[in-house]
Design a binder for this molecule. Structure first.
Ligand code: NAD
Ligand code: DAU
Length: 343
């Protein structure tokens, strides 16, 4: 492993992974391949922009010719695929791009891995592929996939394709399924950065339904460390869950955020729920632990650190929230917040 193509490397987790890998491995070259959708942001990579071992290609993973040309040009031996449309609420509004990128785009990357006989293809997947998990149970990697949103279904489809290429062509693949990541550079449509930035501005925090849904909030660098471990020590054809192993209610997450930012509790506003909202995800992480990893941050530490990062980095998120984002916010929350206020 020497020349790694990181697709979706200008997004939240991808950019954290790129910075982490360049710092940890002085002999690796990283080629970020990213379409720069609304969620892709070159500001995330400013820290490494002068690094000679870092290269950037603006392109779509669905474009097989450019994928092939990039692999040839940079002598790529490994692909780590973060590229995806990632927001559940947007997948409910308009699923098309989710299917294009995760289903067709993953297929294009797998074909390129096959054609160029690459050393490794790694797929970044999610705990959402398992669907809602009843209390008292946790998902194991061998569990059935029961995705319930268009986003989750597009990610599950990609996982199935990756596995099919392992079985049929013997492609050297691995998959990791992560829980909810939080940390620097997360687009402020996802709940923690949205609520942190709203709270900083004394705006309402729109909590879906009763807010008692649970998620495993994990610090993004913990996730990156686990992906790194699977890349170097994971068994081919295998899937690894990556989370904290402990789920937290959204209302608890909100309490921690408000306390960290010293904001009043009345900013919390219950609004109409997300259609098909998965009430709970929960991962069994014994397999990745047995490989030699464990999270360094609890969910509470991750939330505090993340809230502080948004408080300290207004330069990063204010320009995002002042642009196209306003239209999205009105479409997603306008009526919900007005209805809640009139109740
Ligand atoms: P993100 O939305 O912040 O970034 C996605 C990146 O992919 C963006 O830079 C975007 O420009 C790029 N992209 C989208 N479509 C593309 C295409 N067709 N071609 C090339 N680039 C394209 O996402 P994220 O939160 O960093 O998630 C990264 C990956 O991790 C995704 O595959 C996601 O499903 C998975 N994941 C995310 C989480 C989470 O909590 N955020 C948890 C588990 C798994
Ligand atoms: O679990 C991993 C997944 O986590 C990733 O695969 C996805 O890419 C990522 O977006 C995330 O999905 P979620 O739907 O869990 O994340 P989101 O931040 O959108 O929502 C987290 C929880 O907060 C969920 O229960 C819904 C709730 N929520 C979310 C928003 C945006 C609210 O109550 N209000 C909101 O405004």
């Amino acid at each position: 492993m020497k020349n790694i193509l990181v697709t979706g490397g200008a997004g939240f987790i991808g950019s954290n992974f790129v910075i982490y890998m360049l710092q940890k491995y002085p002999e690796y070259n990283i080629i970020v391949y990213d379409k720069l959708t609304y969620a892709g942001n070159r500001d995330n990579l400013l820290e490494v922009s002068d690094e000679p071992r870092y290269h950037f290609v603006k392109a779509d993973i669905c474009d097989a010719e450019t994928v092939a040309a990039t692999i040839s040009k940079y002598d790529v031996d490994t692909i780590v695929n973060f590229a995806a449309e990632t927001h559940v609420d947007r997948s409910i509004m308009d699923p098309d791009a989710f299917i294009q990128t995760s289903v067709y785009g993953t297929y294009v990357l797998l074909e390129a891995t096959r054609k160029f006989n690459l050393e490794r293809y790694h797929q970044i997947s999610t705990d959402e592929v398992y669907g809602h998990i009843p209390y008292g149970r946790s998902s194991k990697e061998t569990d059935n996939l029961e995705p319930r949103s268009p986003y989750a279904a597009s990610k599950a489809s990609a996982d199935l394709m990756v596995n099919a290429y392992f079985v049929t062509y013997g492609l050297p693949v691995t998959i990791t399924r992560g829980s909810n990541n939080i940390g620097p550079f997360q687009y402020p449509e996802k709940v923690v950065p949205l609520f942190a930035t709203n709270a900083i501005d004394y705006e309402k925090l729109p909590v879906y339904g009763d807010g008692r849904q649970t998620r495993e909030y994990q610090y993004v660098i913990d996730h990156c460390e686990a992906i790194d471990l699977v890349l170097h020590k994971g068994k081919l054809g295998e899937i690894y869950n990556i989370g904290t192993g402990l789920d937290m209610e959204n209302l608890t997450m909100v309490e921690i955020l408000l306390k960290t930012l010293d904001r009043p509790r009345d900013l919390l506003q219950h609004v109409a729920d997300r259609p098909g909202h998965d009430r709970r995800y929960s991962l069994d992480i014994s397999k990745i632990k047995a490989l030699g990893w464990q999270p360094r941050h609890s969910a509470e530490e991750a939330i505090i650190k993340t809230a502080q990062w948004y408080a300290d980095n207004e330069w990063w998120w204010r320009k995002i929230k002042s642009g196209e984002f306003k239209k999205y916010y009105e479409a997603q929350y306008g009526a919900r917040l007005r209805d809640a206020a009139s109740e």
